[in-house]
Design a protein around this ligand. Sequence first.
Ligand SMILES: Nc1ncnc2c1ncn2[C@@H]1O[C@H](COP(=O)(O)OP(=O)(O)OP(=O)(O)O)[C@@H](O)[C@H]1O
Ligand SMILES: [Mg+2]
Length: 338
Amino acid sequence: MDYQIPKYGKEVLFNENPLPLMLIELNTNKILKTNSAASAKFGYSRDELLEMDLSDFRLSEDKEIVSPPQVSVQSGHYFETISRCVTKKKNTINTSIQSKIILYKGKEVAFTVINDVSPYKSIETRIINAQSEAIDMEREAISQEIHDGLVQVLATSQIYLKKLHPSIALEGELMDQYNKALSLLGRGINEARTITHNLMPKSVVDLSLNFLIEELINDFSETSDITINFQMDFDQPDLSDKIKINVYRIMQEALNNIRKHSKASQLDIFVTAKGKKMVLDIVDNGVGFDHTSLQSNNRGIGLKNLKRRTALIGGILNIFSQKEKGTRIKLRVPLKGD
Ligand SMILES: Nc1ncnc2c1ncn2[C@@H]1O[C@H](COP(=O)(O)OP(=O)(O)OP(=O)(O)O)[C@@H](O)[C@H]1O
Ligand SMILES: [Mg+2]
């Protein structure tokens, strides 16, 4: 039997919902409709809220509104923003704001849920910090073992084998086998180097983030047919290792996802410095995904890690995607002195 919610029931579900809900006009970000939980959360009356727009809640330094340049907003689009908001009493709260574009009174609007994640954040941050540090230390140790152990052994064997050649006369099939062994050894060394590199990008401490990012893009373009438009206008030599490693990992995961899932033909990557923030914008034109299918059958940890790493460096992350319309990952990270 179909269960249909009567019209007044939908109003009740919206108005009395314990989660702060809003309908937001797309171009202006104006609040068209909201509920009492939103009033309670932000300390404004409903009438006051209806005079405001979503950016009025943002911290002044987070004001930039997310306006996807390459993907036109349509019904079904899904946004998620991890950022900080301010209440009427000037309290800062950490939020995860999720929106889905829906048709409302003939217009496309953002149906938005505001999740206050402040209570979980401080304890979560401590756990994540400890976890991430442990993972990074372990990765570094494994990477070092492979690099200093296996790679050295293989490289030394390669040198001995090469030395052997002029002193012994090998002919025909034997020569072929000798060359094959040499080339396999070379491949083994390269593969082991790739593994160590993926585990821990050489020494993050010694390399600039610009260099690390360029390397990621080079590796990606060498192993993929996707056309890449990469622009980097960013020069911050003295970033903390924490920012470097986390931005690097976020970018690596975003690129891995594009390689694994997107089927994109075009990839745009912009790395810029805006005020005291670093902005990383990764846009693909691939198959995209929708939030509902993500929640029901996704066992991946990549996107969850993106959010965790963003929280770790006090950043803001926007994930923007729609089925068949591509995906955009935008990360803003406060830099030193912010
Ligand atoms: N750029 C993208 N294009 C299309 N789909 C994507 C993209 N990025 C993520 N997805 C979808 O979101 C899902 C979740 O991504 P996530 O990174 O969390 O997991 P995963 O990549 O499947 O596994 P893991 O990252 O743990 O190896 C993916 O399975 C895929 O369906
Ligand atoms: Mg992934």
